[in-house]
Design a protein around this ligand. Sequence first.
Ligand SMILES: Cc1ncc(COP(=O)(O)O)c(C=O)c1O
Length: 388
Amino acid sequence: MKLSQLLTAQSQQMESSLVRELLHYSQQPDILSFAGGLPDEAYMPDFPALESVADSRQYGPSEGEKALREQVVATVAERGIQASVEQTLITNGSQQGLDIVSRLILDSDSMILTEQPTYLAAIQVFKLQGAIIQDVISDDEGMSVAMMRSLIEAHQPKAVYLIPNFQNPAGHCYSLKRRQEIAALLDEKGILLIEDDPYRDLCFEEVDRTPISSLLKSAPWIYMGSYSKVLWPGLRTGYLVSCEEIAPYLVKLKQATDLHTNRLGQNLIASYLATGEFPAHLEKLQRVYKAKRDTMMLALDKYLGDLVQFEKPAGGMFVWLTLPEGVSSKKVLADALEKKVLILPGTPFYPNNSENFDRNIRLSFARVPESKLDQSISLLADVIKAQL
Ligand SMILES: Cc1ncc(COP(=O)(O)O)c(C=O)c1O
């Protein structure tokens, strides 16, 4: 049998993630990497002592460790989402949350609305289901409500996928007004909200972060969180909290997928959270990343201020640059790599006709040492100017 006969239609079309392919460069010590949404390991706390998690040897519940689920319930309650432990599922990172949700709702030919641009690995997951991904024009306050309404009325999409806080890749944070308008529209039309919120705790300014899920009155919702950006991504631990009707289906899918998330990782996180050190740790991360963001902003102004467009993100890890006309992000990637600076071109963040969107690059300020930010932006500026 030929391989093409063996693979499903979707598997044949699968593309590998550019970020994953570039990751091996970012691990080389002489490369200054702005690519990848990797947190800075210099600020990761030590793991709790192994004795505290010794009882992780046996199989566990598919829903996840009870102690961690209770902590998630308390965390999301502080954010305004009232949910029970039964509505909470621990996942192998929020990436698995996206996979499980996709398999729950997306048939081939189902439509899902996303921001434009959107998280590239969400595009991969939705495409794997064969779904039609309709990206919706988004500005610095969030997804366009008018366009969302007309697409919902024309196509009855299955769901809307949003990253309202410090969006990946564009860095924007939705205004409260936009959050309210979107919630009202979803309630009116009864459309499922998938709200992905891994960056919310990396917040540097006073901005509204009300979960849109908490504003809904009747529409179904799934809210996703992760410990990757604020603790240890290597443990691959995230969560899904969903409305009562959807939660049992997510658990069944989790069972079929991998029985349950690794208990050791879940218990390490639960045990760390129980120490009470997490809030101080978050404050430290906010200070460190804010300082890096500010240094990057200064360097961008200094070396590229009159050439590229960018907004100052109020949190998260990313700055989204629009390059001057005629400058290609792919060429910037190749030329910058020769100078040992790694960036991520914007194209994979566009689900449709991505080749038309070759004028953006995403820079993460999180993992480059602050002392090297100025120098690496200066090198990047040389590369961009050489293309003019
Ligand atoms: C918007 C968004 N969702 C989900 C994820 C996946 O995170 P996790 O490590 O929890 O799987 C990422 C990681 O970069 C992300 O940026």
